[in-house]
Design a binder for this molecule. Structure first.
Ligand code: AOF
Ligand code: ZN
Length: 323
């Protein structure tokens, strides 16, 4: 038999996972691809909204009989439990799949064990090097038992998010704003403080004219009672994170303002940062944070730089917390 094109199937599986990102919580956005015994890509699928079929089942349905003797490439270890759906491990065995390759181990104790089950049923199982960041927020959230938090802000070169008069609407250009909207759609919730809710009255919707409808939950944190229809409100960070976790949110975005951003950092719950940098200078204005994190440079909160993305004339820096 010729070597199976695992790379081709992995790329298809990652794409299928990316396509359902933002629609699956509390489940992860998994992708799966099936190669027939002679190496053809015969089925691709992504996790359906919670309660619906998992990625493997979608891909097996597309592959039909051609899965027999073939290979399944999945971005997460196939589940081994009956939750809202049946075990994917069993579905793969029943379909006659001979090889399984998966990226990430499932940290959810209730669902893990699929690799062992498959091996016990004669399937050749291997974990692939799991460097891909596709499921990073979900994996981190499950390990921490709270939503993964990304802090997002846009700033001038000299670190201001708004001018002295508070005007902040158009710090970055069109491409960066489009990127923000695409990114919001992948999140489960977008969070702002009461100050920002009052000052900017933002809609926080993911505006893109591509026909897709997923909108993240819109959350305000603060004690001032705002009664905004369409927004959930919690008095503090702890309550918000607990309630969001309980109701299925795994990947959330904090959009400011400066006071809320400071509080999230002080609470030690900022896992990732997205900093949009505009090539402009203001000289003075409102900073990203509301308070100093400490008196000296040694107190600075450090991040690891993961990505530098050019968006028109702006730059997006993506970072994760340095442990
Ligand atoms: C997979 N393939 O596509 C996904 C998996 O309640 P259930 O039955 O939907 O199971 C949810 C758990 O299954 C979830 O917490 C995670 O551990 C795993 N997700 N597993 O084999 C998939 N989305
Ligand atoms: Zn499953």
């Amino acid at each position: 038999m010729p070597p199976l094109p695992v790379e081709v199937a992995l790329r298809a599986a990652l794409q299928a996972g990316a396509a359902v990102h933002g629609t699956t919580s509390p489940n992860p956005p998994v992708g799966a691809a099936i190669l027939s015994a002679d190496g053809q890509l015969v089925g691709v699928g992504g996790t359906q909204p919670a309660g619906g079929p998992h990625a493997e089942v979608m891909a097996l349905r597309a592959a039909g009989d051609q899965a027999r003797g073939g290979m399944a490439v999945v971005t997460l270890e196939p589940c081994n439990h009956t939750g809202r759906t049946g075990p994917c491990s069993q579905a793969l065995v029943e379909a006659g799949v001979a090889y399984v390759r998966y990226l990430h181990s499932d940290p959810n104790a209730a669902a893990s064990g699929g690799a062992d089950y498959l091996r016990a049923h004669g399937v050749d199982v291997q974990q692939l090097p799991d460097e891909a960041p596709d499921l990073a927020p979900w994996l981190a959230a499950v390990r921490m038992s709270r939503p993964h938090v990304t802090l997002k802000f846009a700033q001038t070169l000299d670190g201001f998010t708004a001018a002295e008069d508070g005007s902040s609407q158009w710090i970055t250009g069109e491409e960066a704003r489009r990127h923000v909207h695409a990114d919001r759609r992948r999140r489960d919730a977008i969070i702002i403080g009461t100050g920002t809710a009052v000052a900017d009255n933002p809609s926080l919707t993911a505006r893109l004219d591509d026909g897709l409808t997923h909108q993240p939950r819109r959350v305000i944190i603060g004690t001032r009672d705002l009664q905004r229809p369409g927004f959930e409100q919690y008095p503090g960070i702890t309550q918000a994170l607990a309630a969001l976790w309980e109701t299925g949110a795994r990947d959330i975005l904090v959009e400011g303002g400066a006071s809320l951003a400071s509080s999230f950092l002080e609470a030690g719950v900022v896992d990732a940062v997205q900093a949009y940098l505009a090539p402009t200078l203001l000289g003075d204005g409102r900073g990203v944070l509301a308070r100093a994190v400490g008196p000296t440079l040694a107190d600075a909160i450090a991040f690891d730089l993961d990505n530098v993305i050019r968006l028109g004339d702006d730059v997006l820096l993506e970072m994760t917390r340095r442990d």
